[in-house]
Every structure is written in structure tokens, then in C-alpha cells.
Design a protein around this ligand. Structure first.
Ligand code: GDP
Length: 143
């Protein structure tokens, strides 16, 4: 399997509940290596752009409200098959359906407020890393 990078977001519900350290710890203990970590607050245009693929979905407004209501932590994790490995660690979108040992099982509250985001393909991971860490691929610092 190839070395990959994936983009994760610790969503506002997790930050509000002080789960940042626990979640980053789960990522590290899974064998993935953190390459960049930054706390930020998404503007509405930033959240709308990030989730543009969902803009026609009925929950889009709710999703943007949620993602902009407080700080988030964005991070880049690297490892063999990192995209699928981190998706597995996150668990199902609906925390009620997430497996034991996953982040969403431990910290997700509902299908909307589900603790974390993770890129769903290698192609999207490249775009999402660039969205939050421009210049990262060139070895620049996280800005
Ligand atoms: P993911 O890849 O597992 O995060 O799931 P999706 O790409 O399908 O959805 C993106 C995000 O939209 C989810 O992580 C949720 O935060 C939100 N979402 C998905 N389905 C629903 C829903 O039915 N209601 C609400 N309020 N939010 C949803």
C-alpha cells in the first residue's frame, strides 16, 4: 500500500467538549503520523466551499451552521493507506451505527454532530489538504 495523506477535522462539538486531545491521541495510536495541526474558526464561505458537494442536500444549511458555530481543529495525517485507515478509525457517519473503538462511537452525538471529518478518497484528500494547508505539499509551514 502507498503512503498517503488525509485531511481530518475535529468538529465544533468535539472542541466544545474538550475532546481534541483524546481524538488526536486516537489518531496517533492508530499508527498514523500527524504532519500538521491547526485550530481555526471556519467562515461561512469557507464551510460552504468545503462542503460544496452537499449544497443540494436538505441538511446543507444545518451542516454549515454547525461547522461555523465554534472553533475546529484541522489536521493532516500520513501513513500507509491513510485515507481508508482514518475513515475506519472515524466510524460510520451516524454514530449510532459506528463500531466500538471508533471516534464517532466514542464522541459523536448525532448524524449531524458526529465529532470528526475525514477525506473520503485519495483525490479528495489532496484537494482538502490544499484547502486548509496551502503550500503544504511544497514543504511550506501550515498557515
Ligand atoms: P461523512 O463522509 O461520513 O462525513 O458523511 P457525508 O459525506 O455523507 O456527510 C458529510 C457530513 O454532513 C456528515 O459528516 C454530517 O456532519 C453531515 N450530515 C450527513 N447526513 C446528515 C443528515 O442527515 N443530517 C444532518 N444534519 N447532517 C448530516
Amino acid at each position: 500500500m502507498a503512503k498517503e495523506r488525509t485531511l481530518g477535522i475535529i468538529k465544533p462539538d468535539s472542541v466544545e467538549q474538550n475532546h481534541v486531545g483524546d481524538i488526536l491521541g486516537m489518531v496517533e495510536r492508530s499508527g498514523l503520523e500527524l504532519q500538521a495541526v491547526r485550530m481555526t474558526r471556519l467562515s461561512r464561505p469557507q464551510a460552504e466551499g468545503f462542503y460544496a458537494v452537499h449544497s443540494e442536500r436538505p441538511f446543507f444549511g444545518e451542516l454549515v451552521d454547525f461547522m461555523t458555530r465554534g472553533p475546529v481543529v484541522v489536521f493532516v495525517a500520513e501513513g500507509e493507506g491513510a485515507v481508508a485507515a482514518y475513515r475506519k478509525l472515524m466510524g460510520a457517519t451516524n454514530p449510532a451505527e459506528a463500531d466500538e473503538g471508533t471516534i464517532r462511537k466514542a464522541f459523536g452525538g448525532s448524524i449531524g454532530e458526529n465529532a470528526v471529518h475525514g477525506s473520503d478518497s485519495v483525490e479528495n484528500a489532496v484537494k482538502e489538504v490544499a484547502y486548509f494547508f496551502p503550500g503544504f505539499e511544497l514543504g511550506g509551514t501550515a498557515s
